[in-house]
Ligand binder design. Structure first.
Ligand SMILES: [Zn+2]
Ligand SMILES: [Zn+2]
Length: 338
């Protein structure tokens, strides 16, 4: 089969790769219905994260089960399934407590920008839809594999509740879906920080009530101004830089909650700074698996339409163009069809 392989900075090739096969009896092989490029793939694309030799890339997926290992019992060939970027057993103590991305047996799922994918720990990882989905639902179902699940975790970890004031730092797909999640959870006021017109528009569609275009100290001052000088109850940090993290912490009221779901790159926090801020911090790789059943139900019943973040659809063989478009911020998120 042919799939995406990253060779180095700005070098994505669509080339011959070994077809996945069952290795462990707990594996499943799925035939991809759609996959996509993630904001976190751009860290290696931009050369910020090191690439050691040609590496199959991609970690967001949904599709039809083709084959299962002998120990797989609940996942069946022919089902349409969605899974997270970390495979998890769904039975260990961490999974039981909802932290599947800290599963004692977690395994990274990689190489998903391809027509076929091996998913380890299939029974714990994959969640099936009630039936085969209609074609127009596929973008929304695909988004649950990472960005929608991550946006939802961002809102949940920041303790978003009915009537609260929420600020979202970052206008990538995760930040925008953090806005959608906060709206679903009943937030009264949702402030999106964005200086990009198309993204502001989508943020408003997803439920943002205010847009702040300023950054750094001015951005924080603007949020204070909008909240009677207090700061937001919940702030979702969806970028992963020092600048965005500091902005998130400073925009939060004392006693408020900051969630952080952007993979940190060069973030360093000073103890004394944190001590006098009085904020709750909760973040990490989103335990997407915890939320999949509920998010599938919401998307299936068309209560949410997170698939709107895909503003570019390409055939899988043009995967390199998907990376270019996202790198140049011409696209929010690129969906790839095998
Ligand atoms: Zn991702
Ligand atoms: Zn586990």
């Amino acid at each position: 089969m042919r799939g995406a392989v990253i060779h180095g900075p700005r070098d994505i090739r669509f080339e011959e790769r070994e077809s996945p096969r069952i290795i462990q009896p707990t594996d499943a092989i799925i035939r991809m219905s759609a996959t996509c490029v993630c904001g976190s793939d751009l860290w290696s694309y931009r050369g910020i994260s090191q690439v050691n030799g040609p590496t199959p890339i991609g970690h967001e997926y949904c599709g039809i089960v083709e084959e299962v290992g002998t120990a797989v019992t609940s996942t069946k060939p022919g089902q349409f399934v969605i899974g997270s970027f970390f495979a998890s057993d769904n039975t260990c103590p961490h999974c039981q407590l909802g932290y599947h991305t800290s599963c004692q047996h977690r395994e990274l799922v990689g190489g998903a920008q391809a027509p076929m994918l091996r998913v380890p720990l299939a029974d714990g990882t994959l969640v099936a839809t009630p039936e085969l989905p209609s074609k127009d639902l596929i973008p929304s179902l695909l988004s649950l594999s990472d960005v929608m699940g991550t946006g939802w975790f961002a809102a949940d970890a920041a303790d978003v509740k009915r009537g609260k004031t929420v600020a979202v730092v970052g206008d990538g797909a995760v930040g925008l879906l953090g806005v959608l999640s906060a709206k679903q959870m009943g937030a009264e006021r949702i402030i999106a920080m964005s200086r990009h017109e198309a993204r502001q528009k989508l943020a408003r569609e997803f439920g943002a009530t205010d847009i702040v275009t300023e950054r750094d100290e001015q951005g924080v001052a603007r949020i204070k101004e909008l909240t009677n000088g207090i700061g937001a109850d919940s702030v979702l940090e969806c970028v992963g830089t020092q600048q965005s993290m500091i902005q998130a912490i400073r925009a939060t009221r004392p006693g408020g909650h900051v969630s952080y779901v952007g993979v940190p790159h060069g973030v360093e926090l000073k103890g004394a700074d944190l001590f006098y801020r009085h904020v709750h911090l909760h973040g990490g790789p989103a335990p997407v698996r915890r939320y999949l059943p509920e998010l599938i139900r919401l998307a299936w019943n068309r209560k949410i339409n997170p698939g709107k973040v895909f503003d570019l659809t390409l055939p899988l063989e043009q995967v390199a163009e998907g990376y270019r478009a996202m790198d140049e911020r011409r696209a929010i998120k690129a969906l790839l069809r095998p």
